[in-house]
Design a protein around this ligand. Structure first.
Ligand SMILES: C[S@@+](CC[C@H](N)C(=O)[O-])C[C@H]1O[C@@H](n2cnc3c(N)ncnc32)[C@H](O)[C@@H]1O
Length: 258
């Protein structure tokens, strides 16, 4: 395994920033999760945390009439989302912001719906859920995806890969206990199907990696990093029965009912 050098990150972003999204997910899953948020107002206030280049932000803009604030720490992703928002004439409803979800600086109880795909774990799930609870209106919804183990004995290459990025990853019941403990009730949860990993994520990633192999033809370091990045879709092809991305749809429990 290569070290995470500055060259690694340079090439990592050269691959990831180009993708339609930076993690598993698709429009059908967003629609299914949104459909579980049954009593949202007609034009909900929505916050998308760790939005990346905004794959799911744009789905939410299509699937709701709401106004959306989309936050990510990575400024180039926000710049790309802003350009898409402007090109699609969505600037009156979608506001991309460079920011840290751990310190969002937004008014308490101001959102009907908080959405986050593959991002909350970056600040610790329990911490993230407490922050979300404070930002949600009474009875507001939090819909998020998170990686979970499906089996407790993954092959070493799978465990090592997740340990680098998500050492505290648990099973779905671990997330369910955090949901309950932090003042949410579970509406429902479901695993993302395989097409949500490949369609907008691993298939374009593989294509991008192949294109960059051409660009970096004589550069052994860059090619080594591309080989390393190519391991993730390959691991998924071989071992996806050991882990999943789970969509959790939850509702903020009103104070008196906790
Ligand atoms: C796996 S990507 C998912 C991006 C997008 N939600 C998607 O599914 O395509 C995780 C995102 O979380 C962002 N992120 C990590 N830590 C963050 C933080 N503290 N505040 C806001 N965004 C953060 C990363 O920059 C990255 O874009």
């Amino acid at each position: 395994m290569n070290e995470m050098t500055s060259r690694f990150w340079e090439i990592f972003f050269e691959v990831y920033e180009w993708l339609p999204r930076q993690g598993p997910g698709n429009r059908a899953c967003a629609e299914r999760a949104l459909g579980l948020c049954r009593d949202l107002p007609p034009s909900p206030t929505v916050l998308d945390l760790g939005c990346g280049v905004g794959g799911q932000t744009l789905h939410l803009a299509e699937l709701t009439l709401g106004s959306i604030i989309a936050i990510d720490t990575h400024a180039p992703s926000i710049e790309r989302l802003q350009a898409t928002v402007d090109a699609r004439g969505l600037a009156d409803r979608v506001r991309p912001v460079v920011g840290d979800m751990a310190q969002p600086g937004l008014p308490p109880e101001s959102f009907d719906l908080i959405w986050s795909e593959g991002a909350l774990y970056n600040i610790g799930i329990e911490n993230a859920l407490r922050i979300c609870r404070g930002l949600l209106c009474p009875g507001g919804y939090l819909a998020f995806t998170d990686a979970v183990w499906r089996k407790e004995d993954p092959p070493p290459e799978v465990r090592t890969s997740f340990e680098l990025d998500y050492p505290t990853m648990g099973l779905a019941p671990d997330i369910l206990s955090v949901i309950e403990k932090t003042g949410f009730s579970l509406v429902d949860h479901f695993s993302l199907p395989d097409e949500a990993w490949w369609g907008d994520f691993y298939t374009p990633m593989k294509r991008r990696i192949e294109a960059l192999r051409g660009k970096y033809g004589g550069d052994a370091e860059a090619l080594g990093i591309l080989d390393q990045l190519a391991q993730e879709p390959e691991m998924h092809r071989k071992h996806s029965n050991y882990y999943a991305y789970e969509f959790f749809v939850t509702q903020k429990v009103r104070e008196g009912r906790r």
